[in-house]
Write a protein that binds this ligand. Structure first.
Ligand SMILES: C[S@@+](CC[C@H](N)C(=O)[O-])C[C@H]1O[C@@H](n2cnc3c(N)ncnc32)[C@H](O)[C@@H]1O
Length: 221
């Protein structure tokens, strides 16, 4: 499914969020505590936008790796890395079985990715494993607003408008019908914080953005 939407994925993100997703990515990077020269991993990197935001934080002296299990997403990410002159190391990998040694990174991020993973706890314990003590794991996700008027907006926008936009822009209605149903299945922000804590992260906190449609979580190793 992700392979089939890779080519138009960035355009859909911009259309769905009116371009705001770049701002949310920068807020996520700010929560990593990364410094110039740091080492970061972005899991479920897709077409690489969060990894590029990490690269902007650590600079050429740092190191950013992005992993994803869709080759077509990785092809788009690699093309962007070349044209934008941001040498991020994009490679194939499974978020629930990371191939990196313990304590390898200063921070790990995941953007709009864990919602698609069956065993979320396993994904977070893998992310925590590869971060050094004191480093951070940061998660950016779509979430269901609990209160009106955002709850009503969510119903109209995600359940109705996005599948139609997906079929026009991406020519893939089913992938963009999957999106609202995956958000509905996904644990609300306090439950996700509890899952992160159970996975071994400390001081887990979250902030809701964009009228509580976006959740930004972070925790310390
Ligand atoms: C909605 S996209 C998010 C892409 C990107 N992180 C972003 O912020 O736009 C979800 C991505 O997660 C990837 N993915 C889902 N499950 C995965 C897993 N277990 N391991 C690695 N990648 C996975 C998909 O291939 C897809 O590229």
């Amino acid at each position: 499914m992700f392979g089939s939407i890779a080519r138009r994925y960035d355009l859909m993100n911009t259309a769905m969020t009116a371009g705001r997703h770049h701002h949310w990515r920068r807020l996520a990077v700010a929560r990593t505590g990364l410094q110039t020269g740091g080492r970061a991993l972005d899991v479920c990197c897709g077409t690489g936008d969060l990894a590029f935001a990490l690269y902007d934080a650590v600079g050429p002296a740092g190191e950013v790796t992005g992993i994803d299990f869709s080759q077509r997403m990785l092809e788009v990410a690699n093309r962007k890395a070349r044209t934008r002159d941001r040498p991020v190391n994009f490679r194939w990998g499974d978020a629930t079985a990371l191939e990196f040694e313990d304590d390898r990174f200063d921070a790990v991020t995941v953007g709009f990715g864990v919602r698609n993973i069956k065993d979320i706890g396993k994904a977070f314990s893998e992310m925590a494993r590869v971060v050094r003590p004191g480093g951070r794991v940061v998660c950016l996700e779509i979430t269901r607003p609990a209160r009106q008027p955002f709850k009503g907006f969510f119903g109209i926008w995600f359940d109705r408008a996005i599948p139609v936009a997906g079929s026009i822009i991406s020519r893939n209605r089913s992938a963009y019908s999957y999106l609202p149903s995956s958000v509905r299945r996904f644990p609300p922000a306090p439950e996700l914080a509890a899952i992160m804590t159970d996975a071994g992260l400390g001081d887990v906190s979250f902030r809701l953005l964009a009228g509580s449609i976006i959740a930004l979580h972070w925790g310390k190793v």
